[in-house]
Design a protein around this ligand. Structure first.
Ligand code: CA
Length: 383
């Protein structure tokens, strides 16, 4: 064992003593803690996973190529045929669209094939002991104990990803407690079993509890007029379809935009990449995972599974977004330059987009809120 591991273990034991004390105060029984104990052990691999996460950055084309593969489309279509009865039943019960259930299932776990093999108790304990967002993961660990207490699973059956996401739809424990359902009525919300029925129904319940509107498309690819004001893009801004039509925003096949209420224009890879007009349901997908690219991938896959001949325009070659670490540096530099991003977490949210747009306007650039390596270099030299 290396020195680092010894140290990690020592710190872990100290955290564990504190956790047991906090949990006991919150009413967690001795018996429950005893069941969990064999899994509350240090596992340095979990932290490596967490820190490697931020090294990659893909533009929307590269992301869709990776997530919505031909294999995933054809597998999904086969699942649609094989599981039609159960999918339609679940979709009918929860009033969601079966192709969207399938798409989330496909993107999250490749239709149940990759559900994760980590002990969720071990993963969460390690993330709670030492990581950014430690308090968040400690709450998830306590929620995982509640799952055992409620007899949905035994401690040894709580398996999932290194980040504690479980089952067919990769629910974190707090989401499980709020949204998992026992669709086959055997007394357990079993999202872990090979039989996906509870897992799929739980995804459906999650969507319906987040105000999914049945039969509303997630969105479409759009084409923007030459004089389009790119400062109006981003999921945080919603506009009337009538106004977008009046501005000359069209669907990619050059028809008027269909009207499903207030919509957002997205340019996930900036002004030179593809544009989308997205509806209320897109925002529901973002509650599952807040990354715009994730929402577009789920939406696009659901279209393909429904048999739509959907095709998305490609980004120009070489268009590379910043990695999370670069983004965090970018945020720090922007703030120093007088464009306050309200923090430097490495994620592009509304505050960062606003600050970046102000900077782009100031520099006479297209205010699309998309950070590139060239912009980062420029800031490094000027700040
Ligand atoms: Ca069940």
């Amino acid at each position: 064992m290396t020195q680092t591991h010894v140290n990690a273990g020592a710190g872990f034991d100290q955290w564990l003593d504190g956790y047991i004390e906090r949990a006991s105060k919150n009413g967690v029984t001795r018996e429950l803690l005893q069941q969990a104990m064999p899994f509350l052990v240090p596992e340095p691999g979990i932290h490596e996973k967490q820190s490697n996460q931020s090294e990659f950055a893909l533009n929307i084309t590269q992301y869709l190529d990776r997530v919505v593969t031909l294999d995933r489309v054809s597998k999904g279509r086969a699942k649609f045929r094989d599981q039609r009865k159960i999918l339609n039943e679940i979709a009918g019960t929860y009033r969601v669209d079966p192709q969207v259930l399938l798409a989330i299932w496909g993107v999250e776990t490749d239709y149940g094939r990759v559900r994760g093999a980590y002990s969720v108790l071990t993963a969460l304990a390690n993330l709670a002991h030492d990581g950014h967002r430690a308090a968040f993961f400690e709450d998830e660990l306590s929620a995982a104990l509640s799952i055992i207490e409620n007899r949905h699973a035994r401690a040894e059956d709580l398996v999932g990803s290194w980040a504690g996401a479980m089952g067919h739809g990769q629910f974190i424990p707090t989401s499980f407690l709020k949204f998992a359902v026992d669709h086959d009525k055997d007394g357990k919300c079993d999202i872990w079993s090979n039989d996906p029925i509870d897992g799929l129904a739980s995804i459906a319940n999650y969507l319906t509890q987040h105000d999914w509107r049945e039969s509303q498309p997630w969105g479409i690819e759009a084409q923007l007029p030459d004089d389009f004001d790119f400062s109006m893009t981003g999921p945080e801004q919603r506009m009337r379809i009538a106004d977008l039509n009046a501005m000359g925003v069209r669907s990619a096949d050059d028809s008027n935009l269909p009207d499903y209420g207030a919509a957002s224009v997205l340019c996930p890879s900036g002004a030179t990449g593809p544009a989308f007009v997205v509806n209320h349901n897109f925002h529901v997908i973002l509650t599952y995972n807040r990354a715009e690219a994730y929402g577009i991938a789920v939406g696009h896959l659901s279209d393909r599974l429904a048999g739509l001949r959907a095709k998305v325009s490609r980004c120009p070659d070489g268009l590379t977004p910043l990695t999370r670490n670069q983004m965090s540096e970018f945020q720090t530099l922007l703030t120093k330059a007088g464009f306050d991003t309200q923090g430097a977490d490495g994620f592009t949210g509304p505050n960062t987009r606003k600050a970046l747009r102000a900077y782009q306007n100031d520099a006479g650039l297209v205010p699309d809120g998309f950070a590139t390596a060239a912009l980062l270099d420029g800031l490094r030299q000027s700040v």
